[in-house]
Design a protein around this ligand. Structure first.
Ligand SMILES: Cc1cc2nc3c(=O)[nH]c(=O)nc-3n(C[C@H](O)[C@H](O)[C@H](O)COP(=O)(O)OP(=O)(O)OC[C@H]3O[C@@H](n4cnc5c(N)ncnc54)[C@H](O)[C@@H]3O)c2cc1C
Length: 442
């Protein structure tokens, strides 16, 4: 047993805990639930230092043991679930903030976003983009498995060039060395589910800290709400950080937002700086909307929840908590108002439309979509994906655990090349990177 060979390490011994640390939020998808329920690690270790990490990796190489890297385990695609057993390496104790200076933060990969945010605030900065799970998620997990979220309306996905500046990556070998990647070189490890290198440290760009207000507005129609979102995102001088648009069907599932929403009306949840308040109110009124709530983020925090915890995939979670027969899809709209309206006409109310305004990696205004729907069958999911695609949406299927399905659906030769460089034996999260099977023909 590997645990006996490295007795000084912090191995998880309780069976229940091993099961828990072998799983993530895969259960948002009934199809992934079916496929992954019985998958679990043989051992889980919480590494505290690079030396401990290197010791486990070296031992795994000697014994050809699969390795799955885990941040906080909040991913949705079964990203951190080991398909072939082996060792799960929990990175959350490697969480040091190395430095925050000149608008950049260097952190160990297991650093939690929440802790980084407080430390950045103390120096006058804030994170450019973070997921709605920012209380739990790690910086390494965001880059390895996430997209972005709050702030992506300005800065795009976490992998947009300029957000992540450099990485230190451990190579999986008997003598695991650490290699530094800079700029575009880092991108091959983005959203690769820890299949092609172990990220030990990241340097990310920050934004100047601002005072954010959370605001909820209701609109007379879904079209009006989408048009508001498009105008708000495009307004060049309006300081903003978030804008999600939700079909009216969601209001009955957001039990904690009774005061902030008008029942059965579509709504927008936005983050606006103090300087943006008048422009924001003007845009809401111009689209026939009503501002139901406008208050500082501190006020929301004092009530225990931020507005973004009702956005992104938290929206899906609030619905699932009340009715577990729902599930969701994920997509990108490149022509948001036109495509969202067409999808709404074709699928509402069976599919509840939810779109988040973002910039794509090239800077164009787009929407990330997380529509929520009743789960019927795999065939129904496939038909719904086809309808989304027929209306111009680009779907990232959240019911499949392969890296390629959560990205461009194509094998990315750069991801595979990085795996050849950092994981030549194919031990990292085996079974997730489809391109690895084709490495000799790329
Ligand atoms: C309710 C809910 C809401 C969510 N909202 C958002 C959202 O707004 N935006 C968004 O992008 N995502 C969202 N997610 C998904 C997820 O929370 C985020 O992507 C988060 O950043 C993942 O971080 P984590 O630390 O939990 O990573 P994990 O789930 O632990 O890991 C994710 C992947 O990254 C890999 N990984 C982790 N650490 C490393 C490392 N050091 N080196 C290499 N690979 C590594 C893992 O192997 C795994 O494949 C949401 C999920 C839930 C359940």
């Amino acid at each position: 047993m590997i645990t006996n060979r490295l007795p000084a390490l912090d191995w998880v011994t309780e069976d229940k805990e091993i099961e828990k640390l072998s799983k993530d939020y895969y259960w948002f998808s009934p199809l992934l639930k079916q496929a992954l329920d019985d998958k679990r690690a043989e051992a889980v270790v919480r590494v505290r230092t690079r030396e401990e990490l290197a010791a486990v990796v070296s031992e795994c190489v000697k014994t050809k043991t699969p390795i799955t890297i885990r941040g906080a385990g909040t991913g949705n695609y079964g990203q951190a679930i080991p398909l072939q057993g082996g060792v799960v390496i929990d990175m959350t104790a490697m969480n040091r903030i190395v430095s925050i200076e000149r608008g950049m933060a260097t952190v160990e990969a297991g650093c939690k976003l929440l802790g980084l945010e407080s430390a950045a605030h103390a120096k006058g900065f804030e994170q450019r983009t973070y997921p709605s799970t920012f209380r739990m998620a790690t910086v390494g997990g965001l880059f390895g498995g996430g997209f972005g979220g709050v702030g992506s309306i300005n800065f795009g996905p976490i992998y947009a060039p300029g957000n992540v500046l450099s990485l230190k990556v451990m190579r999986v070998s008997e003598t695991p060395e650490i290699v530094e990647l800079v700029g575009d070189e880092c991108l091959a490890l983005a959203h690769a589910y820890g299949t092609n290198g172990i990220i030990v440290e990241l340097t990310i760009a920050l934004a100047p800290k601002q005072h954010w207000n959370e605001t909820y507005a209701s609109f007379p129609s879904f079209d009006a709400a989408m048009r508001f979102g498009a105008a708000f995102s495009a307004a060049p001088a309006l300081a903003k950080k978030q804008c999600g648009i939700f079909a009216s069907g969601f209001t009955k599932y957001m039990l904690l937002l009774k005061k902030q929403l008008t029942p059965d009306l579509p709504y927008a949840i936005s983050l606006v700086a103090d300087s943006g308040e008048a422009a924001y109110r003007g845009l809401v009124a111009a689209h026939g909307g009503t501002v139901n709530h406008f208050a500082s983020a501190e006020e929301a925090a004092s009530r225990g929840r931020y507005a973004h915890e009702f956005c992104w995939n938290h929206t899906t979670m609030h619905v699932l908590r009340l009715d577990s027969t729902f599930t969701y899809l994920q997509c990108i709209l490149t022509d948001p108002v036109k495509q969202a309206n067409a999808l709404y006409e074709a699928m509402n109310p069976r599919v509840m439309m939810h779109f988040e305004f973002i910039r794509d990696a090239e800077g164009a205004i787009a929407c990330g979509g997380l529509p929520v729907l009743k789960f019927e069958s795999r065939e129904q999911i496939d038909r719904d994906i086809a309808t989304f695609e027929a209306n111009g949406a680009y779907v990232m299927n959240p019911h499949v655990y392969e890296v390629e399905e959560g990205n461009s659906r194509q094998i990315d030769p750069k991801q595979v090349a990085a795996k050849q460089r950092f994981d030549p034996l194919g031990l990292l999260n085996p079974g997730k990177l489809r391109g690895w099977q084709h490495r000799n023909t790329l």
